[in-house]
Design a protein around this ligand. Structure first.
Ligand code: TA6
Length: 302
C-alpha cells in the first residue's frame, strides 16, 4: 500500500488499514468495513469510539466496538417486517444484525491529502452471500476522516429483482459514567421499547440511563442530529437518510450474556445507532441505490 498516511497492518487474524494523519489517527478493519478507532487531534488523539478492552480479532466474528455495520437486516431477523423476513430462506441460521459485518470487504479507493483521508471499502454479492440472502448487491462503505468522522453506507441493487433491507450503523461511544450521560434532541419522539414487549412510547425530555436500555426511536425528518452529553464531552451525531435510531446500553444482566464484554463495561459505553429499522426499512428497486450516513463531530470537551 503506497500511501502517505495509510498502511496495511494485521490485527491477530484480521487485516486493517492504520491511518496516521496530522489531524487524526484511525484503524479500519477490512472485515465488516468496521472502523474501530478514530482519534482526532481535537480529542487529544483519544478514541471518539468505544472499543471493548477484550475485543477479539478473529475471522468471521464481529468485534465489539467501533461502528459495526448491521446489514441487510437489523437485530434478530424475526423482529423485522415480513417483507424482510420473507426474503431469507434459512431463517433459523440467520445471524443477528445480518452478515455484512462478518465478511471480508475489499479496498476500492483511497484518497488522502493534508486535510483529510477518504477510504472506500466494498462488498459485492457472491455465492457465499447468496446462500444467506438471494440477491445481487454492491455495498460501499465510504469514510471521510478529518477533524470529524463522516461515514456513508451505500447499497446498490445490481440485480433484476427489488429487495428490502433494514440497517444500522451500530456506533459504540465512550463515556466516563453512563449514569451522567444524556442524549438531547430526542424529546417528544416516539420510540419502540424492545425491553417492554416492543411497546410504542413517547420520549419525555432528554434520554438518561438507569438500567438496561434498548429503544428504537423514530423521527419526522430524514436528517436529524442528536447530541450526546457525557461528563467530559459533548458530541454531535448528525444523521442523513435515516428516520430511526437505536439507543442501547446493556446494563448489568445483559452484559453477562455479551461476548467481548466485561461486567463493568456497561458503565463506560453506550450505542447511538443511525438506522433504517421497522417502519423506516427500505425497499430498493433493481438498478437503484440508497445511502445512509452519520457524521460525528466533537461539540466541546472538558
Ligand atoms: O442495537 C442493540 C442490539 O440489538 C442489542 O439488542 C444487542 O443485541 C446489541 O445490538 C449487540 O448485538 P451483538 O450481536 O453485536 O452482540
Amino acid at each position: 500500500m503506497n500511501h502517505a498516511f495509510c498502511k496495511l497492518i494485521q490485527m491477530d487474524e484480521l487485516p486493517a488499514i492504520k491511518i496516521k494523519h496530522p489531524r487524526f489517527n484511525a484503524i479500519l478493519l477490512l472485515q465488516g468495513a468496521q472502523l474501530i478507532e478514530f482519534r482526532p487531534q481535537q480529542n487529544q488523539f483519544e478514541n471518539v469510539l468505544w472499543l471493548s478492552p477484550s475485543a477479539q480479532y478473529k475471522l468471521g466474528s464481529p468485534i465489539r466496538g467501533g461502528i459495526p455495520i448491521c446489514w441487510p437486516w437489523f437485530g434478530n431477523l424475526d423482529k423485522n417486517p415480513d417483507s424482510i423476513q420473507d426474503q431469507v430462506d434459512n431463517k433459523t441460521s440467520a445471524s443477528a444484525h445480518g452478515f455484512a459485518r462478518s465478511m471480508p470487504w475489499q479496498i476500492k479507493h483511497i484518497q488522502e491529502d493534508c486535510h483529510f483521508v477518504e477510504v472506500t471499502l466494498s462488498l459485492s454479492s457472491d455465492s457465499t452471500t447468496k446462500e444467506l440472502w438471494p440477491f445481487e448487491f454492491e455495498l460501499e462503505a465510504k469514510f471521510v476522516l478529518s477533524n470529524t468522522l463522516k461515514f456513508a453506507l451505500v447499497t446498490s441493487n445490481t440485480g433484476s429483482l427489488p429487495f428490502s433491507i433494514s440497517q444500522a450503523l451500530h456506533t459504540y461511544l465512550p463515556t466516563q459514567d453512563i449514569k451522567h450521560s444524556f442524549i438531547h434532541s430526542a424529546q417528544n419522539s416516539t420510540y419502540i421499547d424492545a425491553l417492554d414487549s416492543w411497546k410504542e412510547k413517547q420520549q419525555v425530555g432528554k434520554v438518561s440511563f438507569s438500567g438496561e436500555t434498548d429503544r428504537l426511536y423514530f423521527f419526522e425528518d430524514k436528517e436529524y442530529s442528536l447530541r450526546l452529553e457525557t461528563p467530559t464531552q459533548s458530541l454531535l451525531i448528525n444523521n442523513k437518510n435515516s428516520q430511526s435510531a437505536v439507543i442501547w446500553n446493556p446494563w448489568v444482566e445483559k452484559s453477562k450474556r455479551l461476548s467481548q464484554f466485561s461486567p463493568l463495561d456497561f458503565q463506560k459505553m453506550l450505542c447511538i445507532e443511525t438506522a433504517n429499522v421497522l417502519s423506516d426499512a427500505k425497499k430498493i428497486n433493481a438498478g437503484e441505490q440508497i445511502e445512509i450516513s452519520v457524521e460525528l463531530a466533537i461539540h466541546s470537551s472538558q
